[in-house]
Design a binder for this molecule. Structure first.
Ligand SMILES: [Zn+2]
Length: 321
């Protein structure tokens, strides 16, 4: 796991270093930040530092512990995460974590348990974790990562020392991504990725920009000509979650365009497309379809067994009614 402090985490890292230096770091740290903002790398930096045999406020990177950490084989570092993207963190994983917490350190030092997606625990898993957080074993540190504290059990949150780093201004994010890629980046890429720098970088690297462009074009064609339902359904079914998020942003932008507002338009580099959709679909229809889309998105996340293709095609047909 790569340990790194990105520039926008500098201040927070200094705070943690101060606490580490004074031996006052809380046994359970909760780091809450958007997806794609680099919080895993920051958590890894904290874990590596806590485990390091030489450094107190930063890892030495040469000791046995640091070497093991870099090789992802540190016996006193446990990384709990959902089995796959989009799934919940299961109660079995949390119980295994609790067991680690009570074991003695293999290297005779501290132990660190990193809980990724702490906002995606079911009640049983959250309660299992809560028990250990309430009676923390000595020399054991918990680092919880979450995208949204609101989706966590309040009793778990209250047992943690909470940190919520702010993302930099979008112009700063844009410059950072451009510096990383040695290329210019459209502002809307930053906005589509909610200002999260690593997410915006990945968006360009994994060719999502082309997929996004194709989807917007297909959508404009569909609402303008009422043709191409199957092509569009197919595109959305294949790239489900992100495609639906993009359309959600797009419809909100269309609403703003229709109401004459330019404020916080996500698709600021696709104004022509927004105008065309705004002309083809009446405001009331845009609003009702956006609401239906958000409901559909929530259902697809909650019930994985649903026939997404059928529901998406039904939703798209709503534009023709
Ligand atoms: Zn070290």
């Amino acid at each position: 796991m790569q340990a790194n402090v990105y520039p926008w985490h500098g201040e927070l890292w200094q705070n943690w270093q101060q606490l580490l230096g004074q031996d006052r770091l809380h046994h359970a740290v909760l780091l809450s930040a958007p997806k794609g903002s680099g919080k895993l790398a920051l958590a890894a930096m904290l874990a590596k530092t806590v485990l390091c045999k030489n450094g107190v406020v930063e890892p030495c990177s040469v000791c046995h512990s640091c070497k093991l950490f870099d090789a992802d084989t540190h016996p006193d570092f446990h990384w709990l995460r959902p089995e796959s993207e989009g799934k919940q963190l299961g109660v079995d994983a949390v119980r295994a974590g609790n067991q680690y917490a009570w074991e003695t350190s293999q290297l005779g030092g501290e132990r660190v348990i990193l809980v990724q997606n702490a906002d995606r625990m079911g009640e049983a898993a959250a309660n299992a974790l809560l028990k250990t957080l309430e009676e923390p074993p000595s020399h054991c540190h918990f680092i919880l990562l979450s995208e949204s504290i609101d989706s966590m059990l309040p009793t778990v949150v209250s047992r943690c020392n909470k940190w919520k780093p702010k993302l930099p201004e979008e112009s700063v994010v844009k410059r950072w991504v451009e510096g990383e890629l040695f290329d210019s980046v459209p502002l809307q890429v930053i906005r589509i990725n909610r200002g999260a720098p690593l997410a915006a970088k990945a968006f360009i690297e994994d060719a999502s920009m082309a997929k996004h462009k194709a989807l917007v074009e297909a959508f404009v064609a569909f609402v303008s000509t009422r043709q191409g339902l199957f092509t569009l359904t197919d595109m959305l079914t294949k790239g489900q979650r992100e495609g639906l998020n993009w359309l959600s942003f797009l419809l909100l932008d269309v609403m703003k365009t229709q109401q004459g507002s330019q404020e916080a338009i996500v698709h600021c580099d696709a104004m022509d497309a927004l105008q065309q959709i705004a002309k083809a679909v009446p405001l009331a229809k845009v609003m009702s379809q956006l609401m239906a889309l958000n409901k559909l998105k929530a259902e697809l996340v909650k019930h994985t067994g649903l026939n997404g293709e059928l529901l998406l095609s039904r939703w798209l047909s709503g534009f023709n009614e």
